[in-house]
Design a protein around this ligand. Sequence first.
Ligand code: THU
Length: 130
Amino acid sequence: MDDKALIELAKQARAHAYAPYSGFAVGAAALSADGRVFLGCNIENASYGLTNCAERTAIFSAIAAGAKELVALAVVADGEQPCSPCGACRQVVAEFAVKRIILANLAGKSRVVTAEELLPYAFSLDNNKT
Ligand code: THU
């Protein structure tokens, strides 16, 4: 599956966003090494802090379905620039070592980044054990 097709799937997932509080809909699509694609959207809550971002919805769905290796993650929102993941999602992207992260907007702008570029010095128990 190429980046364009993965972005298209993320756009479709975005249509399911539940974002009555922010009005900002985000979609994501995670591609597993075995070719499966897992979709995610942001899911907000009246208790705002419980909101789950599109990226984490997609990644958690992939892991829950047994995906072992995520080779790409596309994220799409309707901003001027390609959608850039929040800090919590960056830590989750780092945890599962997602190989390529494709940031995109609805206007067709996109860029590809690595987990390391998104979150240098990510927290890990390995580098924090005493
Ligand atoms: N959001 C995402 O789903 N992914 C991002 O990369 C940035 C932010 C969501 C969280 C919240 O529902 C809304 O966008 C506004 O912050």
